[in-house]
Design a protein around this ligand. Structure first.
Ligand code: SF4
Length: 234
C-alpha cells in the first residue's frame, strides 16, 4: 500500500480499542475542509515520502500484546490496489481492524466484508447525493455512495456514518436528504469543522458563513434524529 502517514497510538479513533493509525496516500475527492491535505495527492505526484509497509508490519508484530487494533484511514484507503492483501496480513496477527472510507468503492467494501476483514467501518457522507459534484473532480457515479451506505447497513459487523458539517455541503434540507438515504442506520456523527488546522483550501476557512454555530448544529441533529438510531455532535 502507499502509506503517507503513521501514528503509533490512538485511544480515540477506534471505539473501545487502543489502535495505531495508518494513513494511505491519495484521494479521489477534494473536500476544501480536508484536515489531511498532504494525503490527498496521488503518490505519483510525490506529495510526501511514503512509509515502508514492511516496517509497519514489523511494528505490528512487535506490539501484538500492547495494541488491540489498526485503523486504516486516508486519503481514501479503498483506492489502494492491495488493501485486501494488507488487511489479511493485519488480521492474521490477531488485530481488530477499522476502515475509514468516503464510500466511492462499494465493490472493494463488499470484498472486505465477504472475507470478514473489517471489524468496524466509518463512512463519510459528504453531502446529499445531488451535491457530490462539489467534492468530486470530474465524472463520478453518485449511486456508488448510496450502494456503499446500504452495504454498511446490511453487511458491516459495526459501522457509523459521519458528516463534516459546513456550508454549502450541508443545510437542513441536505440533512433531511442524507437522513432519507440512510434511514434506519444505527449511528450518525455530525462533526463540527475545526478552523485551527491546515486544510486543503485555506480560503475556505476565511468565510465565517461556511461554519455552523452550536445552535445550528443541534438543529441539524434534530433534523436527522428521526431517521437514525443515534446521532452525536462532536
Ligand atoms: S476529507 Fe477525506 S475524502 Fe475529503 S479530500 Fe480529505 S481525505 Fe479525501
Amino acid at each position: 500500500m502507499n502509506i503517507g502517514g503513521f501514528q503509533k497510538n490512538s485511544l480515540i479513533d477506534f471505539p473501545g480499542t487502543i489502535a495505531c493509525i495508518i494513513f494511505t496516500q491519495g484521494c479521489n475527492f477534494v473536500c476544501p475542509y480536508c484536515h489531511n491535505p498532504d494525503l490527498v495527492a496521488s503518490p505519483q505526484k510525490g506529495a510526501c515520502d511514503l512509509y515502508d509497509e514492511n516496517m509497519i508490519l514489523e511494528f505490528l508484530e512487535k506490539r501484538k500484546n500492547l495494541l488491540e487494533g489498526v485503523v486504516i484511514t486516508g486519503g481514501e484507503p479503498t483506492l489502494q490496489k492491495d488493501l485486501a492483501v494488507f488487511c489479511r496480513k493485519v488480521k492474521s496477527m490477531g488485530y481488530k481492524l477499522k476502515l475509514d472510507t468516503n464510500g466511492t468503492r462499494p465493490r472493494v467494501l463488499e470484498k472486505l466484508f465477504k472475507e470478514r476483514l473489517v471489524d468496524f467501518i466509518s463512512m463519510d457522507i459528504k453531502t446529499g447525493l445531488d451535491n457530490y459534484s462539489l467534492v468530486v473532480p470530474g465524472e463520478f457515479n453518485f449511486k456508488k455512495i448510496f450502494q456503499s451506505a446500504r452495504l454498511l447497513m446490511e453487511k458491516a459487523p459495526a459501522y457509523e456514518f459521519r458528516t463534516t458539517c459546513t456550508r454549502p455541503f450541508v443545510s437542513k434540507k441536505i440533512m433531511k436528504d442524507i437522513g432519507e438515504m440512510i434511514a434506519g442506520a444505527k449511528r450518525y456523527i455530525l462533526q463540527k469543522c475545526s478552523r485551527n488546522v491546515k486544510v486543503l483550501d485555506p480560503e475556505f476557512l476565511k468565510a465565517d458563513n461556511n461554519f455552523f454555530s452550536d445552535k445550528e448544529m443541534l438543529e441539524l441533529k434534530r433534523t436527522i434524529d428521526k431517521y437514525v438510531g443515534e446521532s452525536v455532535v462532536r
